[in-house]
Design a protein around this ligand. Structure first.
Ligand SMILES: C[S@@+](CC[C@H](N)C(=O)[O-])C[C@H]1O[C@@H](n2cnc3c(N)ncnc32)[C@H](O)[C@@H]1O
Length: 212
C-alpha cells in the first residue's frame, strides 16, 4: 500500500497493525525522540482555573493526557485513538484522574459529529505526520470541533535534510516534508510557530498554536 493512495480504512488498519507491537515498547522508547510534547502542553493558551474541554487526537499511550490533566486540573479531557492496543495502555495511564479523562477508540475523521463546536482546544501530538494522505481532513475536522476562538495545538516532526532519515521514518509511516505548518497557518488564525533541531539537526520538529 502506498501511503499517498491509501484509503482512510487502509490507513486506519495500518495504524492498528503497527501499534500491536509498538504499544508494548512505546513509552520505553519515545522519550528519546518525540520532543516538544511537554512544551506544547505548557504553551496552551487556556485558563487553568476554568473547566476547559480538551481533545487529543491520536492520544496513544496517554503520555500527553497525563500532562494535560495535571496542568489543567478542572479540564474535561478526551483522548481518542484508532488503536485498541494504545488505548488499553492509555487507560492505565489516566486511571488516577478518574472520570475527568475519557478515552474513545475510533478513527478521527471528517464528518465526525461527536464534538461539533464544543472543544476549547484540540491537540495533535506526533499523529498528523503518520496520517497520510488524510492529515488535511483531520485538521478540517478539528476546525469543526473547536469553539469559535478555540485553540489548535500541534507538536510533530517537521523535516530532515537527510534522505536516509526520511526514508527510515517513511518505513515507520511518518512523512517529513514540512507539509503541516504552512497549511495550518493558512487555514487557522496563526498564534505561534517554533521549529527546533533534534540531535544537532538530524531532523527538526515543530510546535504550532493557532485559533479557529
Ligand atoms: C506516534 S503516536 C502519538 C501518541 C501521542 N499523541 C504521543 O504524543 O505520544 C500516533 C497515534 O495516532 C494514532 N492515530 C493514527 N491515525 C489516527 C486516526 N485517524 N484517528 C485517531 N488516532 C489515530 C495512532 O494509533 C497512534 O496511537
Amino acid at each position: 500500500m502506498s501511503r499517498l493512495t491509501a484509503s482512510a480504512e487502509e490507513q486506519n488498519q495500518a495504524m492498528e497493525q503497527y501499534y500491536v507491537l509498538q504499544s508494548k515498547i512505546y513509552d520505553l522508547t519515545r522519550w528519546a525522540f518525540l520532543f516538544g510534547r511537554e512544551e506544547i502542553v505548557r504553551r496552551l493558551p487556556l485558563d487553568r482555573s476554568a473547566p476547559q474541554r480538551i481533545l487529543e487526537v491520536g492520544c496513544g499511550t496517554g503520555y500527553n493526557l497525563r500532562l494535560l490533566a495535571k496542568r489543567f486540573p478542572k479540564a474535561q479531557i478526551t483522548g481518542l485513538d484508532v488503536s485498541g492496543h494504545m488505548i488499553s495502555r492509555a487507560s492505565q495511564a489516566v486511571q488516577p484522574f478518574g472520570g475527568r479523562v475519557k478515552l474513545e477508540q475510533r478513527p478521527y475523521q471528517l464528518g465526525d459529529m461527536h464534538f461539533n463546536n464544543q472543544m476549547d482546544a484540540v491537540l495533535f501530538s506526533y499523529s498528523l505526520t503518520m496520517i497520510n494522505p488524510h492529515w488535511k481532513s483531520l485538521l478540517q475536522q478539528a476546525y469543526e470541533d473547536l469553539k469559535p476562538g478555540g485553540v489548535l495545538a500541534v507538536a510533530d516532526f517537521h523535516d530532515s535534510r537527510f534522505p536516509w532519515f526520511k526514508a527510515h521514518m517513511g518505513n515507520n509511516h511518518v512523512r517529513m516534508d514540512a507539509h503541516l505548518s504552512p497549511w495550518i497557518k493558512e487555514n487557522f488564525d496563526p498564534v505561534s510557530l517554533t521549529v527546533k533541531p533534534a540531535y544537532g539537526g538530524v531532523w527538526h520538529y515543530f510546535m504550532q498554536i493557532a485559533r479557529k
